[in-house]
Ligand binder design. Structure first.
Ligand code: ZN
Length: 238
């Protein structure tokens, strides 16, 4: 995808926490939104445990992080944000979570789903992947196939007036074996601005914060004819 990127009508990004989408896909979301692709974020958890600050109790943090996530989405031109509200830190790919994601897939009928690669356990010898990320990826893949497309999987969704829907493509984030490089040279600054909206998570006033994100994007682009990249493993379902 270094030359021509496909143009999609609708993309759904399914992640565990408010801010995961910005770290993983904001450059791509900002870039593709500019050419008319509609993005919907589905955030599986409430983000209630994402702080070490004793003042930021879950009842304060949950609405704060929703506000931050909406502000970040607005920076990127992301069309809609859906919060599934599962408890932060305790996410499992349960049938309940799979159904909740399947419901969103059937409502929004995306051409493509972006989600975490659930097989990524650790990377670069320095990072242990958050179990919520793996759970969100696992549940999202299960929702794409077979749940959302299977007529008899969740009769309650049929009763809600939501017929089966088949997603055709998946882009896995955090994959250790990416197959797609999206050049985000034109939107790396937008990505940084979106990340800066997550004030409870990212202290954008720290000079190192932007450098770290740029460093990762540069690392992603290594060996490609671009400076900054977001990378994905693409699955096209036949
Ligand atoms: Zn996260």
């Amino acid at each position: 995808m270094t030359v021509a990127e496909p143009v999609y009508g609708k993309v759904m990004v399914i992640v565990a926490h408010p801010d995961d989408a910005e770290f993983g896909v904001a450059g791509t979301a900002g870039k593709w939104s500019r050419v008319g692709t509609q993005f919907v974020y589905v955030i599986c958890t409430d983000g209630s445990k994402g702080t070490d600050d004793p003042e930021l109790t879950p009842d304060i943090l949950v609405p704060l992080r929703q506000k931050e996530q909406r502000a970040a989405a607005a920076v990127l031109g992301v069309h809609e944000v859906v919060f599934l509200g599962h408890e932060d830190g305790t996410l499992y790919p349960t049938l309940e979570l799979r159904r909740d994601i399947s419901r969103q897939i059937r409502i929004h009928q995306p051409d493509v789903v972006f989600c975490p690669d659930p097989t990524t356990r650790y990377s670069r010898g320095e990072y242990i992947n958050h179990p919520d990320h793996r759970a969100a990826g696992e549940a999202a893949l299960n929702a794409v196939f077979p749940d959302a497309r299977n007529r008899w999987m969740y009769p309650e969704l049929l009763a809600e007036g939501l017929p089966p829907f088949a997603v055709r493509e998946v882009y896995l984030m955090q994959s250790l074996a990416p197959t797609v490089w999206v050049d985000i040279g034109d939107t790396i600054d937008l990505k940084l601005r979106a990340l800066a909206e997550h004030k409870s998570q990212v202290d954008a006033t720290q000079p190192g914060a932007a450098d770290m994100v740029r460093g990762w994007a540069r690392l992603n682009a290594e060996g490609q004819s671009m400076t900054y990249a977001e990378v994905f493993k693409r699955i096209v379902l036949r």
